[in-house]
Design a protein around this ligand. Structure first.
Ligand code: B12
Ligand code: SF4
Length: 417
């Protein structure tokens, strides 16, 4: 083992006020498992492209032994450019690419000369094994961690949670942080990766006790005003969700919270219980108001389920956010009109409308057509290239604009501008 190993973790540029849980998890796992074996040999640093300039990142990262990049598809271009510049300054640096994009397209990611290692799937154990020299090839993939309670909580000092909290205070007037209560999503919506390539389709949940200890820490040590769950869907198990609510109440943890909810697995009593434990809002991927489109995209929900969830949430006093999409392959103008009508009937508090984007890892991704796409140009709500049999990209944008105009007083803040 070398005298000192320096690992710099980088979250490439990202228009987001969510903290990097991925880098926080990897850091705390390495601190626990690497330092326990090798004592003080590991030096860890973190940079976030949202806050730190390229010059700063390159200057401080170039004396690293390893530099790890955490990438969704839109972040790849920035990561590749930083990796190129860092290696130009110091060719001995080993670059490691992890996250959703490298997990979905490992071979393509490994083909870049500035990429030394690609991690497929969960990163905690794989990064440790790379530091220990266990992976000699370019692509590394470790076994998933079975019992998530064994993972230390994300290291929030390391990811500079305060910086993110200051930003949420400025943008939203409150201190907001996120927690991940489980990994994986059992659904297979065609437009979504559903965490498949990273966490798999089997959902692993942390125990409610374990999650609540982390939440209590966020309340007591970081003084948060609102908690967001980063889970793909919070209600994959209603049993877990109800127990979470009961325990939260028992422990008198009163911080308000919000989460993504899948409309197929919800009932009024659970929503009521959620409200009693300060659930302030739910975010529902409604996607379309057309029954055949919902079926075609394998969303696993019906219009009726969606209407019920919104009705119940309203009755319980939970705010609702409805996310729609436009540009599914089989969607016609009539289907879009059904979407407009459903959106109106739901009477949600906040609306979002995104143009479909065939991200790697989704069923809509087609290697022959999409391998050269610049994903950094696809923002959270739109892109300039997706079109379907029924709509050109321009027409999709017009429909999106029509939707946004109709709900202009209730758009999510990113679409309001
Ligand atoms: C919260 C969230 C957001 C937040 C903030 C994200 C964040 N935390 O930084 C917001 C709302 C801003 C957001 C935006 C977008 N998101 Co998003 N988001 C999520 C969500 C729900 C949680 C992310 C999270 O915190 N996960 C928890 C951490 C621990 O997991 P992780 O990041 O995957 O990290 C693990 C591994 O990937 C790996 N790993 C990660 N980084 C690294 C680095 C190294 C060096 C190593 C070794 C390993 C490694 O190890 C980690 C621990 O095991 C995920 C779905 C999910 N549940 O994961 C989607 C998800 C990541 N988002 C996705 C997408 C597509 C987007 C958008 C592109 C949406 C859009 N249409 O524009 C934008 C991207 C904007 C941008 N500029 O990049 C996709 C990614 C697919 C892809 N191919 O890129 C996901 C998977 C959703 C999905 N199921 O399709 N998102
Ligand atoms: S849209 Fe939601 S339910 Fe569907 S695959 Fe993605 S995360 Fe899972």
């Amino acid at each position: 083992v070398a005298d000192r190993v320096k690992l710099t973790l980088i979250r490439p540029r990202f228009k987001s006020v969510w903290e990097s849980l991925a880098c926080g998890y990897i850091a705390s796992y390495l601190k626990k498992h690497y330092e326990e074996t090798y004592k003080d040999h590991l030096l860890l640093e973190f940079f976030d492209g949202y806050f730190d300039s390229d010059e700063t990142i390159i200057e401080f990262a170039r004396d690293s032994d390893y530099v790890g990049f955490s990438c969704t598809s839109p972040q790849m271009l920035h990561a590749l450019s930083l990796a190129y510049d860092i290696k130009r300054e110091n060719p001995t640096v080993k670059t490691v690419f992890g996250g959703h994009h490298p997990s979905s397209l490992p071979e393509q990611t490994a083909a870049y000369s500035q990429v030394d290692k690609v991690v497929v799937g969960e990163g905690e154990r794989a990064m440790l094994e790379i530091l220990q020299g266990k992976w000699t090839g370019k692509v590394a993939q470790s076994l998933p961690i079975k019992n998530l309670d064994e993972l230390p909580f994300p290291d929030r000092e390391f990811i500079d949670q305060n910086r993110t909290l200051k930003l949420t205070e400025k943008n939203d007037g409150e201190r907001i942080a996120s927690v991940l209560s489980g990994r994986g999503c059992p659904f297979r919506c065609v437009f979504c990766t559903g965490d498949r390539d990273v966490f798999g389709i089997r959902v692993r949940k942390r125990s409610t006790q374990n999650v609540l200890v982390e939440i209590a820490q966020l309340v007591n040590e970081w003084h948060i005003d609102f908690l967001k769950f980063a889970d793909a869907e919070i209600n994959t198990s209603l049993f877990w969700l109800k127990e979470f609510c009961h325990q939260k109440q028992l422990k008198n943890i009163t911080v308000p919270w919000g989460a993504n909810v899948h409309a197929a697995n919800m009932d009024k009593s659970t929503l009521y219980l959620m409200r009693l434990t300060e659930c302030r809002e739910i975010w529902v991927g409604v996607e379309s108001g057309s029954p055949h489109v919902l079926r075609d995209v394998r969303k696993g929900i019906t219009v009726e389920m969606v209407e019920n969830v919104f009705k119940w949430a309203k009755a319980c006093g939970i705010r609702t956010r409805a996310y729609f999409m436009i540009g599914f392959p089989s969607e016609t103008r009539e289907d879009f009109e059904m979407t407009l009508r459903l959106a109106e009937r739901l009477d949600a508090d906040v609306y979002g409308m995104t143009i479909v984007c065939p991200f790697p890892g989704t069923a809509l991704y087609n290697a022959a057509q999409h391998s050269d796409v610049d994903w950094s140009a696809a923002d959270e709500y739109g892109n300039d290239f997706w079109r379907t049999r029924h709509f050109t990209n321009e027409e999709l944008k017009q429909n999106q604009a029509e939707f946004m105009d109709k709900f202009k007083d209730r758009l999510c803040w990113r679409q309001r501008k």
